[in-house]
Design a binder for this molecule. Sequence first.
Ligand code: DUC
Ligand code: ZN
Ligand code: ZN
Length: 488
Amino acid sequence: MSTKPYDLVLRGGTVATSSAIFPADVAIDGETIAAVGRDLPPGAREIDARGKLVLPGGVDSHAHIEQVSAAGILNADTFESATVSAAFGGTTTVISFAAQHVGLRLDEVVDAYHALARKGAVIDYAFHMIIADPTEATLKDHLPRLVKAGHATIKVFMTYDRIKLDDMQLLDVLYAARENRALVCVHAENHAMITWTGKRLVGNGYLAPRYHGISHPRSGEAEAVNRVIALAAFIDQPIMIFHVSSAEGAARIRQARGEGLKVFAETCPQYLFLTAKDLDRPGLEGAKWICSPPVRQSSDQEALWQALARGDLQTVSSDHAPYRFDASGKFINGADPDFKAIPNGMPGLEARLPLLFDAMVSQGRLGLEKFVSLTATEPAKIYGLHPRKGQIVIGADADLAIWDANRKVTISAALMHDLAGYSPYEGRTVTGWPVTVLSRGRVVVDDGSLHAAPGSGRFLARDAGAAAVPTGRRGPEIDPEQNFGAYI
Ligand code: DUC
Ligand code: ZN
Ligand code: ZN
């Protein structure tokens, strides 16, 4: 009696997960992983993975795609270009942002964003909802329905004139998130410190891109991280601190976690591999490295690596926010802008994993299992995508990346597939590259060629995972058992 062969077998590779590295074949039936083991029976198709690593496809939990930014302009990428770029870099799941601006209905924003993603994405995707206008309708009507529809994460900004929330609004969003079981992700920087410093710098003629970094004081990150942790602890709402850039920011997070608070945090390659020296270039060249929070010092890089090693920070996302180095992007406000008029952000979806693989695996910093954990497994867990994504396990989606650990590649804009037109990492040579990438069992990238059609990616509806479950310890003043029975 003959049994039906597997649809596809990745044969003879070394499988790496967040907890183990072992030689194994991986068999796929349809869209999911059917078996993992030695000497599996033949597949109808086979891919020779001998001498290669077989890893879970990356999960990039923070990327701005086809989104109107904090400054009110559109990022350079479409869903198609961004997700193609992600796939070439070994990433198979992306979480991008449906961005409400003041006056917009959140449900309509999400609907419109769905339409863009449906048309263009080549890998699977989910959305964080940016809430910039936390009206009663947003929080009591639209948000509950949207969380039920699978959008279990919210992003809020503590800075940027157009979209920042004040502390009252932050409390309202944290409270609504707790009621609806959603995780709140936070851009934590002190708005007044940024605005005050920026005004004085510009007023005194310090206009060059290098002053962007100076205008975002490191103590402003620490202050805002501290403040939002206090607000979230009061409500007992778990939070994720996005794009931690400074040693002080990481230290506040470590302290809060030590107190048992549910505070998660990410950093990004730009904070691990770039510094303020990159901003300090002749003329306006430094505009390419303007992002927020800004890139800082090598001592911050070291502190962030240590925070990753200790588990204080759990994920490394790209914060892909591409703007072209032309009048459509970095110079949308004129050919000779001061640093305040330059859009904040840089591309990173495609380079994220190769940069981290090179540092963590090829150069030996933290190792392969931790690489998988930070870039795939942990983001999948925190954002409610696990075990479907971020893991090599029977029944999971067959989102896999076959890496050649020895391939040396020099990063350049010409090699990248996003539409930014430049790479902040131009000229860096990395060792290790994803050569074949599968999304739900389909080969989407193979040896430099794309094999996926726009629109073939799917929306991933998510419940909030364990990360969003409150601790049960809110501020005593809002706990009826401790506040003379008041329900607040
Ligand atoms: N914050 C982000 O998260 N991304 C790009 C710019 C910003 O300020
Ligand atoms: Zn942000
Ligand atoms: Zn971002």
